[in-house]
Design a protein around this ligand. Structure first.
Ligand SMILES: [Mg+2]
Length: 423
């Protein structure tokens, strides 16, 4: 028997939309007007031409705004009163990303926001030049906002649309660079932490024993403060040469870091794979890798067993869900990167609740001062979000003094000869 392409969902869809409106606190009357008006305006004798549910929500406007300390938030507005939130940003290039979003706006305005995967393909492929941090960050924030709208329109969290929940709570980790910082983070409820390697100056290509010993003794102090039950990752930020990275990893092994992140820059995947082969510690990478095509080589060459796609860079929720599937086939796990705001965190939590191979979610803000009902950590975990879409709502009043910034990436130079170095 031939399957119905469109089940008769008009009435049910209206009920769902009204339910979503109630959840969102939108007046039922104001939300129902466009639906009822459009349906009643349809020709009585042309059922095939009757507007479907797919025609009742259209994008009307894309709005971006800079948010302190260095973020860029996006609101996608619709004619149904539903607004989608996203963070379309590459750190240090907020204004460039805002312009990239503006260039996509003419494509999206007038279209149904719920065809998320279709719009992802169109925005990515019609750009002709594919990938790269600016274009995929703009796409990522738009993708988050489209999922937010879709979830709100249906009255369910995004993870419900992706087959979740796959877990009941989500582990998060905190940045902590000193024993005191670890104690404070533990007091806040965290059980996983991440510092960088302790260094008094940028690392040289081949480091001396004093530098290497300092990194080891500093990490030993962090392990002492955290205890053996907690997890401590360490992030080399891709700012260490392969030669020195091998020296550092060797002395860190006895303290069993959770993972070693970006032991070298990811532009030469074979160099990272060489390091991964030389240690039993898990290697992590991904914040500067974009889309499934970027992660393909990492997996194929076993350069990392923990992937850290950034929900704001790698292609948004749509793409990170696919990257997670690729990783699963290689027994790799996901620990999404996130040094950004609460919308990015909310998107990461939706992924965590949708995939089987989730390890831990990075965060630098649980949303205090930015969203109503900020996330809370208990015993290392936050509860899975229950609200529709991304499950958050901006606190516009609290954000009033945080609009605008001019954040720039720091400049780093060698202490001895003033040449440019990574930070
Ligand atoms: Mg990093």
């Amino acid at each position: 028997m031939r399957k119905q392409r469109h089940p008769p969902v008009q009435a049910n869809r209206r009920c769902v939309l009204r339910g979503a409106a109630r959840l969102l606190g939108i007046g039922a009357a104001s939300f129902a007007v466009p639906t009822v008006a459009r349906i009643s305006a349809a020709p009585q004798n042309a059922a095939a031409k009757r507007p479907t549910a797919r025609e009742i929500i259209k994008i009307t406007r894309l709005e971006t705004f800079l948010v302190k300390p260095r973020w860029l938030f996006l609101k996608i507005h619709t004619n149904a009163g539903i607004t989608g939130l996203g963070e379309p940003i590459t750190e240090g290039r907020a204004k460039t990303c805002a312009e990239a979003v503006r260039e996509v706006e003419p494509y999206l305005v007038g279209k149904d926001p719920r065809a998320v995967a279709h719009h992802w393909q169109a925005i990515y492929r019609h750009a002709f030049y594919r990938g790269g941090p600016i274009l995929t960050s703009a796409l990522s924030g738009i993708d988050q906002a489209l999922w937010d709208i879709k979830g709100k329109a249906l009255g369910v969290p995004v993870y419900e649309l992706l087959g979740g929940p796959t877990r009941q709570r989500i582990r998060v980790y905190s940045h902590a660079r000193t024993p005191e910082g670890i104690k404070q983070a533990r007091a806040q409820g965290f059980t996983a932490f991440k510092p960088g390697p302790a260094k008094k100056r940028p690392a040289r290509i081949v480091e001396n024993k004093a530098f290497v010993d300092h990194v080891a003794s500093d990490f030993a102090a962090l392990r002492e403060a955290a205890g053996p039950e907690c997890d401590i990752g360490i992030d080399f930020h891709g700012a260490i040469s392969p030669q020195t990275a091998k020296l550092l990893i060797k002395v860190l092994e006895p303290y069993q870091p959770f993972f070693v992140e970006e032991p070298v820059n990811c532009q030469n995947v074979e160099a990272m794979a060489d390091i991964a082969r030389g240690t039993h510690l898990p290697i992590a990478t991904g914040e500067r890798i974009f889309t499934k095509w970027g992660f393909r080589e990492i997996l194929e060459k076993s350069a990392a067993s923990i992937l850290q796609p950034d929900l704001c860079h790698a292609g948004g929720i749509t793409e990170v869900r696919l990257i997670a599937g690729m990783a699963e086939a290689y027994y790799a796990a996901l620990a999404p990167h996130n040094p950004l705001g609460p919308i990015s965190l909310a998107a990461g939590l939706q992924i965590a609740a949708s995939i089987p191979n989730f390890l831990c979610q990075e965060q630098v803000s649980l949303g205090d001062g930015y969203i109503k009902n900020p996330f809370r950590v208990k015993d290392g975990y936050v509860d899975i979000p229950l609200g529709p879409g991304l499950g958050i709502e901006l606190d516009e009043n609290a954000m009033a003094d945080k609009i605008g910034h001019d954040w720039r990436n720091p400049e780093s130079y060698d202490a001895d000869d003033d040449s440019v170095v990574d930070w």
